[in-house]
Design a protein around this ligand. Sequence first.
Ligand code: A2P
Length: 373
Amino acid sequence: MSFSQKYHQLPTFDKDAGDHESLQRKDPRKRRSPFLVIAIIMFLGASIPCMRMARSRAFLSACNGPQRNSSTLANLPSHYTLPSGDKIPSVALGVWQASQGEVGNAVKTALSTGYRHIDGAWIYRNEEEVGQALKASSVPREELWLTSKLWNTFHAPEDIEAALDQSLTKLGTDYLDLYLIHWPVAFKEGTTVLDEDLTADPYPTWQKLEELVDRGKIRNIGISNFNIRRIQNLTANNLKYQPAVNQVELNFWNPQPELLQWSKENGLLLEAYSPLGSDKQVGKSLSVPEVKDIACKLGITPAQVIISWSVQRGTIVLPKSVTPSRIAENLAVFELPQEDFERLETAATSHTPQRVVNPSAGWKLPFDVFDGQ
Ligand code: A2P
């Protein structure tokens, strides 16, 4: 089976969108004048960022008591150094769930705001639009940090390079700064059937990634969604390159203090995906009383409190937004005073952890992918 045949057989994450669109197109009563539609889009495009900016200001003006001027807060590290010596920016634009049609503008806004780190993946199905935006921005390639991820269907060593090449072509680059094994779960070629051997021991996958590092197509390799047991299972092999990062869900609801501690002790940098709790929990995250209190006291927004806390915990943070004002807001991280940092850490680690992302049941795995952490 050719690579592109395999590609088309994969399940898509937004299968309902197409059906919904074609139903709308079939119903002539639902047709609107294109001028009206354009006028509505232009109005919303112009007013939503303003409304959001006004909302941040409104948030701060609703605070009681004295507020600190955020310009007096110290900065947090802008980069971390990986074992290769490469410096990875501590805040990235995450593009998971940034749909086609909006992800390009999000990337362009991010780059013009100062982001240099874009966190994507083959499975997000938006790499082509990301690549077009990178090209349009004309930021030199060497100033960018591009991450992509190897999907579960391509763990077999003979499938990896073709999958990587697809991402490279779509992104319009000849190397990635970081390539991650997206999940510690391998599916058999072109299917969603578990490949038990490669799942139990991903060393053959890792060896192929190491070879691609040596050949210059990838600068750093890492893992994603690995728990401690699965990391140890991989690193028990005689690795040429240790995983540079582990990208996992880390947010107020799922702060994973043990994994964080263990990773620090073992020199493995964590990357926090869904740091705001993703679209499902962002509202709840921004309304946590401790988060709101600290935001008010420091004169920053609740999202900035959470994103700053993530960097201050020593992790890379990957907030996703397609909204210009939020994209700008999310890049501004500040060092929280120690008492505020500890207050938030205690609040985050004092409730029962709750994950947003766990595909084990959806993939009909005979185990929970996070078990044994
Ligand atoms: P949008 O993309 O429409 O701006 P996470 O980073 O945890 O995955 O969260 C992403 C969700 O949080 C998206 O729904 C995104 O909305 C929203 N979001 C991102 N940044 C902010 C912010 N600064 N304030 C409020 N919501 C935000």
